[in-house]
Design a protein around this ligand. Structure first.
Ligand SMILES: [Zn+2]
Ligand SMILES: [Zn+2]
Length: 254
């Protein structure tokens, strides 16, 4: 009897989780250095567009928690770059949310996952080189192994002067934390790189991106997932979208 009622209770909990599974929850702890701003909301066709609304349309409940706003910039020259190692030191000193999800239900799909973002008042490196005069990096998801943190480089003039591009950059870097790649873009959607745009950028994910966010295994998409797949490790549904620059590795994500 005990076994049977336990089984019944478990199946009831599974049913409950299955209904919650329609919406996956991710908390974003967002910090910024003094003198910077968070990405501004945009009005598009009379609708307010924010990081939350962009992710809601892809069945992800993103809870943006604006946290620290006065982190002091590093003592480096204006034309220098903050390195990935320095970003990690910054994250270690300011991140409150754990790397791992908080369990809400016995099923992992019901967990709340945790992502860290920081707006830094510096330029960023590209492939370990600092060349802001020739190539300004707007943002980067630099914790590729856990896909758990991203940075926005506020010294990039585009970030300061172009609100729509700033919001789109933040949504794009968060997309990398969800293990989305440039090949997931379709020419105008969020994951298309600025240089590769084939028309007016839109504040929405492509069908391919939404397929990933809605239907692919938790370990393959959620930031900081327990046993999560590193950046570029994807299930073979992505193979058809393969783009040589993305160097995807096909895995089961189990
Ligand atoms: Zn990118
Ligand atoms: Zn996927």
């Amino acid at each position: 009897m005990v076994v049977r009622s336990t089984a019944r209770l478990l199946s009831a909990m599974v049913a409950l989780c299955s209904s919650i599974l329609l919406v996956s929850c991710v908390s974003l702890e967002f910090d910024r250095m003094a003198g910077t701003t968070f990405p501004p909301q945009q009005m598009v066709d009379g609708q307010s567009v924010t990081l939350e609304t962009i992710y809601n349309l892809a069945a992800v409940k993103l809870d943006v928690q604006e946290d620290e706003t006065g982190i002091q910039p590093l003592n480096i020259p204006d034309d220098a770059c903050i390195s990935d190692a320095e970003l990690t030191t910054l994250e270690n000193g300011h991140r409150h949310l754990s790397l791992f999800p908080t369990s809400v239900c016995p099923l992992q799909a019901c967990n709340t996952y945790h992502l860290y973002g920081v707006v830094v008042d510096h330029h960023g490196e590209i492939l370990d080189a600092c060349v802001p005069e020739t190539l300004q990096v707007l943002g980067k998801m630099w914790q590729g192994h856990t896909r758990s943190a991203f940075a926005i480089y506020y010294k990039a003039s585009t970030i300061q002067s172009n609100g729509p591009e700033y919001l789109r950059t933040a949504a794009h870097e968060i997309g990398h934390a969800f293990n989305l790649h440039h090949s997931d873009g379709d020419g105008t959607s969020i994951m298309t790189q600025t240089d590769d745009l084939e028309g007016e950028p839109v504040f929405a994910f492509s069908d391919q991106s939404r397929e990933h966010l809605e239907n692919h295994p938790a370990q393959c998409k959620f930031p900081g997932a327990i046993g999560g797949a590193p950046f570029t490790w994807v299930i073979d549904d992505h193979a058809a979208w393969f783009h040589p620059d993305d160097e995807l590795t096909v895995t089961t994500c189990e």
